[in-house]
Design a protein around this ligand. Structure first.
Ligand SMILES: Cc1cc2nc3c(=O)[nH]c(=O)nc-3n(C[C@H](O)[C@H](O)[C@H](O)COP(=O)(O)OP(=O)(O)OC[C@H]3O[C@@H](n4cnc5c(N)ncnc54)[C@H](O)[C@@H]3O)c2cc1C
Length: 938
């Protein structure tokens, strides 16, 4: 409790200077807090969040209505656009919050997901991973709609608390009757998201918590308790500005960010060296993620030499990559206010007018958590599809007018996305021109504007705001939609005035306000002039670094990576392919959390990831010595003349197996291995050497035919592997693909009938024991980039010689997915049980030395690491025996250190699962071409 509570752990420039972090997040705004919270769940990574503004989390800053008074917020900054040619040369004022939490600290708290069609439209634009089905789970993930009674640990972020609220201001009470009189249906909650109605009225949900306080991104994702608990690996550095990125053009990567104090400091102030205005470099080991918003992110890119070449040349900035789309495509929703004058006590301005009323409301809020202060400025809105507005009545009809459909973008009405929102606000929407008036405002908002603007740096000074040009109404279709929907609002305003009573309410700001004419008598020119003179921004800036093909002006790909840079992403509102037809906070949050799932997919090869550290720790932990009993069992181990295969075979012999078949390419070496085992275990007549070459399908088929003739087959350990960066084709496929994928699963499917026969003959189905198909995996799959994953056929794409350095990693990744799919399919029938699992042996002495795939200096380091860290082949082979003894719970599972474990995040991700199905389909096609009818073995 104050004053004894621990303050928020904000760090300064001095604290981070000279240090390196796995991830650097630039901007702790709405998206930045969410991304930081998600990444820092992993204790093994270090995350640095750099925010230009402070935390400054005062009590007043969380009182809903007070915190919407953006002009008064200490963190609000104001910018002005260039004069807007289509809007009577007016400049547009932009406000934003520079603080931890960003705009979610001052915004209207309206929480709207938008209709599924918004996201499906993105998918149709060429971003299949961003359709509704892919994005919607992330909404559920970030939202917390649980009541206060649910007790949760305060050190875990709960996500955004989203609530319905009843605004007590009496001006809103007329709406049910006005709406029903106009015949506009009411749709609420999820119904509103999915309705195909041409128009509907709905109440808002707000990011207000169960105690009646604003629930910004700061509270949702990085609240004080969480920040304190995670401070050892998640550093939140405030009042520091990222001036530019450290770009390594040659390696096409970003090595860190340059930072400076957010506001200029005097040279001779207390912290000597760092209190200059010089830039300091902070290194990023893995990724830099820009979350600086639709103005900040393009500004940083441009200052770093990534942007339109002409602009960069103009400012003398070295062009690192000419990306014309950086700063282009800026979009915002636009609103035309129509205002009605009401008695003071019917608008929110009564709080300013009447001090006693204000004190009463403060008391209500403090004591009962109720009253006006607990609410946002609006309660509800009407959502329209303007093509359905009847030109005669200005009311929504069921049919789309042909002219309207033609005048708007192709097929848009079929997409069923509202393009207009009439937001009803009991406050003055024309404060700049009419301050001190008690007005109620109907904002007619364009949700799908076509006009696009730009963000461009004005100088190389990172503290100087870039220029904004919105180009509102530059696309004639926007004016057409505004004209049509404004008429609807004028008609609605008339209905509202009637409902309130003409003695209390009068039209104050509208094209027909001074003349008193009906909305029917206002000409198009008058409406257009009114729109141009009054349209204003809604502060929903997006799309200044769009996700699109680079040739189409895109800046980031579908995984939010900046084109040309493997470890630079953008994860804020600037990446939306088009502005969502919804208030933009919720889409920003959900899609940014989705962004963190991509991070797992693209860890650079040499990056240290969580698994590396885990492996490092466990490398030095001894594995249990195998103690199973394989009496009377027949075992096959592929690739068993040396290394782990040989040691595994030795264990099986020691553990009483009756037959152990060394399946190897080189019979001579196999015979030597057999003698070695017989000598060490003093058992003869057990080991047999059979020839199989996984580089030849014919050899694999002939081996399997022979094995199918065995009286029983209890354990098959598929260990044969190779690690090479030299491109060579075996059977028309790159050899790692042939060996690790095609031949491995050819063996699995060809031997499955023999194993099932063994199961039905020698195993009791009521007991847990069963034959085991052990497919050896590798934690190398954690590091696999699999560049070919978007290709129509992955196995075909892998025939090529690009990215050979990753080939071992990529094929091991595919193998984990195939093992999971195989295990799932094995379960679907009524067949006798065979357990299929995948052990990972760790870093072992036999692994990396066979081919000289790395440069000399890397090999030298590896050799030292092998000596110091690597498990012996015998130790590694223990993991195989553990897998061969594991119970049914191991079916389809990945095992590390002789225990059940989990494969990489990517394998478990939605994208990974889709890819699993895809490669399985490809594999089966290939296997069928080798051995027709093989899929029937499943
Ligand atoms: C007044 C207002 C009202 C709004 N009302 C609503 C609403 O009711 N509902 C809704 O859904 N949406 C609303 N929005 C829009 C919504 O809040 C934004 O779309 C959303 O917050 C954008 O999130 P972001 O993460 O992209 O950017 P931001 O939240 O702006 O975060 C960017 C952060 O980056 C920091 N930053 C920028 N440059 C640098 C740099 N060089 N170095 C370090 N840090 C940097 C900034 O200080 C900021 O904290 C409103 C916006 C405003 C301004």
């Amino acid at each position: 409790m104050w004053p004894f509570s621990v303050p928020y752990p904000e760090k300064s420039l001095e604290d981070i200077s000279g240090r390196g972090y796995d991830y650097i997040i630039v901007g702790a705004g709405t998206a930045g807090c969410a991304v930081a919270s998600s990444l820092s769940q992993d204790l093994d990574v270090t995350v640095l969040v750099i925010e230009k503004g402070p935390v400054q989390d005062s009590w007043a800053a969380r009182v809903p209505l007070l915190s919407c008074d953006i002009a008064e917020s200490l963190t609000t900054i104001h910018r002005f656009s260039k004069p807007e040619g289509h809007c009577a040369d007016r400049t547009m004022r932009y406000v934003s919050s520079e603080s931890v939490g960003g705009n979610s600290r001052i915004n209207g708290m309206l929480y709207t997901r938008g209709t599924p069609n918004i996201y499906d439209q993105w998918a149709r634009m060429g971003h299949p991973n961003w359709n509704w089905d892919s994005v919607s789970p992330y909404f559920n993930m970030i939202e917390d709609r649980r009541p206060r009674t649910v007790n949760l640990p305060r050190t875990k972020p709960r996500g955004v608390q989203v609530r319905r609220d009843h605004h007590p201001c009496q001006a809103y009470d007329i709406f049910p009757s006005v709406i029903s009189e106009l015949g506009i249906p009411v749709a609420d909650g999820s119904e509103a998201e999915t309705t195909s109605l041409p128009a509907y009225y709905s109440k808002f949900t707000y990011t207000i918590d169960d105690r009646g306080r604003r629930h910004s991104s700061l509270q949702s994702f990085l609240p004080r308790k969480v920040a304190i608990e995670r401070q050892a690996h998640c550093t939140i550095c405030t009042n520091v500005l990222v001036s530019r990125l450290d770009v390594d053009g040659q390696r096409r990567s970003v090595t860190g960010v340059y930072v400076m104090p957010a506001s200029p400091l005097r040279r001779n102030s207390a912290h000597s060296s760092l209190c200059t205005n010089a830039e300091t470099l902070i290194r990023a080991r893995r990724e830099v993620i820009l979350c600086a918003g639709a103005i900040g992110s393009p500004q940083i890119l441009q200052l770093s030499g990534l942007g339109p070449a002409a602009l960069l040349n103009r400012h003398g900035i070295v062009v690192r990559r000419d990306i014309p789309g950086v700063g282009a495509g800026l979009a915002d929703h636009q609103a035309v206010p129509v205002c009605i004058e009401l008695p003071w006590n019917m608008t929110l301005h009564y709080l300013e007018k009447n001090i006693f009323f204000a004190i009463w409301q403060l008391l209500l809020y403090l004591v009962w958590g109720a009253g006006w202060l607990k609410s946002a400025t609006t309660r509800s809105a009407i959502w329209l599809k303007s093509a359905h507005l009847d030109p005669e009545t200005s009311m929504p009809g069921s049919r789309v007018s042909d002219a309207a459909a033609e005048s708007h973008e192709e097929n848009w009405h079929q997409e069923e996305i509202p393009d207009v929102e009439v937001m009803l606000v009991a406050a003055n929407g024309a404060l700049e021109t009419w301050p001190g008036k008690p007005l109620f405002t109907l904002y007619t908002c364009l949700l799908r504007p076509e006009s696009r603007g730009t963000v461009e740096i004005l100088s190389t000074d990172p503290r100087k705001s870039p220029s904004l040009q919105l180009n509102f109404l530059s696309n004639p279709s926007d004016l057409a939609v505004a004209r049509k929907s404004l008429r609807f609002s004028l008609r609605l305003a008339e209905g509202m005035i009637q409902a309130w009573g003409r003695q209390r309410a009068r039209l104050f700001l509208a094209p027909n306000a001074s003349t008193g004419r009906s909305w029917r008598d206002v000409g198009d020119d008058e409406v257009d002039t009114f729109v141009r003179e009054n349209i204003k921004p809604m502060y929903h800036l997006t799309s200044s670094c769009r996700m699109a093909g680079e040739a189409d002006g895109g800046v980031v790909d579908d995984e939010l990576r900046v084109y040309g840079f493997a470890n630079l992403r953008i994860a804020d509102a600037s990446v939306f392919p088009t502005i969502p037809a919804a208030h933009t906070m919720a889409p920003t949050l959900a899609s940014k959390i989705r962004h963190t799932t991509f991070l797992a997919t693209t860890v650079p090869f040499c990056a240290m990831n969580r698994n590396f550290f885990r492996s490092f720790r466990t490398q030095v932990t001894p594995l249990p010595h195998p103690t199973g009993d394989f009496t009377s069992k027949t075992i096959v181990v592929t690739g068993s003349n040396v290394g782990l295969g040989l040691e595994a075979a030795r264990h099986f012999v020691r553990l009483n197996a009756s037959k152990v078949i060394l399946a190897c390419r080189n019979i001579e070496k196999g015979e030597q291995a057999k003698s070695d085992i017989e000598a060490s275990e003093a058992r003869s007549g057990i080991v047999e050497v059979w020839e199989v070459d996984l580089g030849s399908f014919a050899s694999v088929q002939s081996f399997c035919r022979r094995a199918n003739g065995l009286e029983r087959l209890d354990v098959v350990v598929e260990n044969a592997a190779l690690q090479t960066a030299t491109h060579q084709l075996y059977e028309g496929y790159e050899r790692s693909v042939t060996v690790h994928i095609i031949s491995t699963y050819l063996i699995a499917l060809l031997l499955l009938p023999a194993m099932r026969r063994t199961a039905s003959k020698h195993y009791n189905p009521k007991q847990e024991a069963a034959p085991h198909l052990v497919i050896v995996g590798s934690n190398a799959h954690f590091y696999a980039p699999l560049h070919e994953r978007d290709k129509p056929s992955i196995l075909d794409a892998l025939r090529g010689d690009s990215h050979m350095i990753y080939r071992y990693y990529d094929t091991k990744l595919i193998s984990v997915m195939l093992m999971q799919e195989l295990a799932a399919r094995m379960e679907s029938g009524e067949q006798p049980r065979v357990i299929c699992n995948m052990p990972e042996p760790g870093f072992c002495q036999s692994e990396l030395t066979r081919e000289k795939m790395f440069p000399l200096h890397v090999r030298a380091v590896l050799n030292i690491a092998l000596k110091v860290l690597a498990r012996t082949s015998e130790q590694g082979s223990r993991t195989y025996i553990a897998a061969a003894c594991a119970g049914p719970e191991s079916h389809g599972q990945y095992l590390e250190d002789c225990e059940l474990s989990t494969p990489s995040d990517f394998v478990r991700s939605e994208e990974g699962l889709k890819l699993q199905k895809k490669v399985w389909g490809e594999l089966i096609t290939v296997l069928e071409s080798i051995e027709p009818g093989i899929s029937g073995n499943l």
